[in-house]
Design a binder for this molecule. Structure first.
Ligand code: MV4
Length: 444
C-alpha cells in the first residue's frame, strides 16, 4: 500500500480523498492555488504545496507544477479527484513516466472512452444497444442533412470529444440543422480544441441512468448498481438517487450485466461509470463512459456500505477486489442534493462571497460532503458546488423525509443557494411518485 498520496484537486472532493487516506493510514499532500490558501483541504492534509495563481490553468490544470509538488514531497501516487486532470490521459502518462501511480484508469482506457464515437462502437461490440446515428465524424452540412433525413427528426448534434452535454444541439428541421451544425463545430473547437461532431437520433423525455463499476488490475469487474441522475439543469446534475424508482429487477440485472461486459472488453481498471439513456418504452442505450470517480458516488456508498475512494486506492496499489458481484448488498434508498452557490432570482448565476453564518445538517441518515466552514470565502474562480447533502432511508419515502428535514437545517448566510429549489422538488407530486424526465428541473 502507498504511504503518501498527493491530491491534485480542491474543494469537497479533495477533502473526501484526504478522509479516505487518513482511514487507510496514508499521509496526504494537498496542492492549492494562491486564492485557496485558507481552504479546508489545505488545513486537513499533512502537507500542502502552492501550485500557482487562482485561474485553474495556472494551478489545478498546471501539470509541471503538480508533478513538481509530487517530486518535492516524494509521494508514491496522485489522486486526481473529478474534473480538472481526472480524465486527462496525457497527465496519467506523465505520472507513470515519473514513477508516480495515477489513481484511476489506464491512459488507454481514458483515451478510448474520451472519443465518444469510438466508445459507442466498443459498447455496441459488448452487446449494449447504441443510439442510432452517424458512425463517423460528420464533416459538412450536406452530409449532416443526409444523415438527419435517414434518422428522421428530431436529431442531436454532439461533440466527438464532448460529454456532459457541452456543445450539444437538438434540431427539428433542415433549416435549424444547418445553422446548428456550424455552431456545434465552432463550440466543439472552442471547448475541446477539436471541431469534430456527430449526429444521433434524439430520444425524447428520457431518463439518465448510470451504473457504477469497479475493475481491478487482475481482470475482475463488478457493478454497484445504478444511480438515476435525470434531474439536471443545463447539463448540470442537481439530484441523484438510487435505486432508480423506474427500474425493475430484470432491467437492472440486464443493464448491470452489459455494463460489466463492456468494461471487461476494454480491460477497464479502477472506478468508472457507464451512462445510459432509458426511453419511455424501457429501451436503454449506451451514452458514454466516465473514467473517474463521480460527484454523486456517495449515493452508491450509502446504499452498499462500500467506500469507493478506498477501493480506488486499493486497486491502484495492485490489490484484488475483495468482493464478488453476489457479495454486493443494496440496502434501502439514497438521495443526493447538490448545493450550488447560485442565485435563482438571477438566472442561477454564481453567488460567491464570504460565509458569515452557517448551520450544516446532520443526524441519522444524513451525510454531508463539503469544504465550506463559517468564515470561508467562496471563490468565483471554480465550480460553484459548495456541498452535497446525501440521505439514506429504509425506503425512498424515508430517504426523502430525511432530505426534507436536512434541507430545513441547512442555513448559510448571506449566500444564495439551490436549497430552496431542492425543497420544492422534495415536495413535488411528480418527484414523489418517481415520475420525472430530463425536462423536470427546467419546468418546476
Ligand atoms: C441525448 C439526449 C437525447 N437523445 N442523446 C445530455 C448529457 C450528455 N451526456 C448527453 N445528453 C443527452 N443526450 C440523444 N441521442 C438527451 C440528453 C440530455 C439529457 C440527458 C440526461 C439528463 C439530462 C439531459 C438533458 C438534456 C439532454
Amino acid at each position: 500500500m502507498f504511504s503518501k498520496i498527493l491530491i491534485a484537486n480542491r474543494g469537497e472532493v479533495a477533502v473526501r480523498v484526504i478522509r479516505a487516506c487518513k482511514e487507510l493510514g496514508i499521509k496526504t499532500v494537498a496542492v492549492f492555488s494562491e486564492i485557496d490558501a485558507e481552504s479546508l483541504h489545505v488545513k486537513l492534509a499533512d502537507e500542502a504545496v502552492c501550485i500557482g495563481k487562482a485561474p485553474a490553468s495556472d494551478s489545478y490544470l498546471n501539470i509541471p507544477n503538480i508533478i513538481s509538488a509530487a517530486e518535492i514531497t516524494d509521494v508514491e501516487a496522485i489522486h486526481p479527484g473529478y474534473g480538472f486532470l481526472a480524465e486527462d490521459a496525457h497527465f496519467a502518462e506523465i505520472c507513470e513516466s515519473c514513477q508516480i501511480k495515477f489513481i484511476g484508469p489506464t491512459p488507454e482506457n481514458m483515451r478510448l472512452m474520451g472519443d465518444k464515437m469510438a466508445a459507442k462502437q466498443v459498447a455496441r461490440k459488448a452487446g449494449i444497444p447504441i443510439i442510432p446515428g452517424s458512425l463517423n465524424v460528420v464533416n459538412s452540412k450536406e452530409e449532416s442533412l443526409k444523415i438527419a433525413k435517414k434518422l428522421k427528426y428530431p436529431v442531436i448534434i454532439k461533440a466527438a470529444l464532448g460529454g456532459g452535454g457541452k456543445g450539444m444541439r437538438i434540431c427539428h428541421n433542415d433549416i435549424r440543422l444547418v445553422s446548428a451544425f456550424l455552431t456545434a463545430q465552432r463550440e466543439a473547437e472552442a471547448a475541446f480544441g477539436n471541431p469534430s461532431v456527430y449526429i444521433e437520433k434524439y430520444i425524447e423525455g428520457p431518463r439518465h441512468i448510470e451504473f457504477q463499476l469497479l475493475g481491478d488490475s487482475h481482470g475482475h469487474v463488478i457493478h454497484l448498481g445504478e444511480r438515476d441522475c435525470t434531474i439536471q439543469r443545463r447539463h448540470q446534475k442537481l439530484i441523484e438517487e438510487a435505486p432508480s424508482p423506474i427500474l425493475n429487477k430484470k432491467l437492472r440485472k440486464k443493464m448491470g450485466e452489459v455494463a460489466v461486459r463492456c468494461a471487461k472488453t476494454i480491460n477497464y481498471v479502477n472506478a468508472g461509470t457507464i451512462e445510459f439513456l432509458l426511453d419511455k418504452n424501457d429501451n436503454f442505450y449506451f451514452m458514454e463512459m466516465n473514467t473517474r470517480i463521480q460527484v454523486e458516488h456517495p449515493v452508491t456508498e450509502m446504499l452498499t456500505g462500500l467506500d469507493l475512494v478506498k477501493e480506488q486506492i486499493r486497486i491502484a496499489a495492485g490489490e484484488k477486489l475483495n468482493l464478488k458481484q453476489d457479495d454486493v448488498n443494496f440496502r434501502g434508498s439514497s438521495i443526493e442534493c447538490r448545493v450550488y452557490a447560485e442565485d435563482p432570482d438571477h438566472d442561477f448565476r454564481p453567488c460567491p462571497g464570504k460565509i458569515t453564518g452557517l448551520n450544516l445538517p446532520g443526524g441519522p441518515g444524513v451525510r454531508l460532503d463539503t469544504h465550506i466552514y463559517a468564515g470561508y470565502e467562496i471563490s468565483p474562480y471554480y465550480d460553484s458546488m459548495i456541498a452535497k447533502i446525501i440521505t439514506h432511508g429504509e425506503n425512498r419515502k424515508e430517504a426523502i423525509a430525511v432530505m426534507q428535514r436536512a434541507l430545513e437545517e441547512f442555513i448559510i448566510e448571506p449566500i444564495k443557494t439551490t436549497v430552496p429549489f431542492h425543497k420544492k422538488v422534495m415536495a413535488n407530486p411528480s418527484f414523489l411518485r418517481g415520475k420525472y424526465a430530463t425536462d423536470f428541473a427546467e419546468k418546476i
